[in-house]
Write a protein that binds this ligand. Structure first.
Ligand code: FES
Length: 157
């Protein structure tokens, strides 16, 4: 049967499995490895992970769907993660989120129709003293204002 994950990823999952007494303990890092390879978790990729760890697909899917960090649909070319935790909430993240939704024409958690941007509210980004904070791909932006949101979006192709 054809595999969704390439041999190097399956080898990495086998290596991860060897690190733990229980194969189940390797599930989170294995899912990360799979997602890193293909960008999101397809059912076939989750089946590969389950086969490699000798876990049923239902168990793999229950974990993949529980954690926000795993994506079950193809994400956009750019990923905006905006913190909505307490410090950012007290410093205006709701207005920023509304502006992002308005400018992008999507709701939180969605991807633009052209596949350009995925917008994801997240918990604390560990920069509370610089709230409100968001990430554009791997780049952190602090003390973000609505004008900055417009500038950041204009840079994304
Ligand atoms: S509450 Fe937003 S970075 Fe900590």
């Amino acid at each position: 049967m054809a595999r969704a994950l390439p041999p190097p990823v399956l080898e990495e999952i086998a290596r991860l499995r060897g690190l733990y007494a229980q194969p189940r303990s390797a599930l989170l890092p294995a899912l990360h490895a799979a997602q890193e390879e293909i960008g999101y978790l397809t059912e076939d990729a989750m089946r590969d992970v389950g086969d490699a760890l000798e876990l049923p697909l239902s168990e793999v899917m229950s974990i993949a769907t529980f954690y926000e960090m795993f994506h079950l649909e193809r994400p956009g070319r750019h990923h905006i993660r905006i913190c909505t935790n307490i410090s950012c909430h007290l410093n205006g993240c709701e207005a920023l989120l509304e502006r992002l939704c308005s400018r992008l024409g999507i709701r939180p958690g969605e991807t633009t129709a052209d596949g350009r941007v995925t917008l994801e509210p997240v918990q604390c980004l560990a920069a509370c003293e610089e709230a409100p904070v968001l990430l554009v791909d791997a780049e952190r932006h602090a003390r973000v204002t609505p004008v900055m949101v417009d500038e950041l979006l204009a840079r994304l192709t």
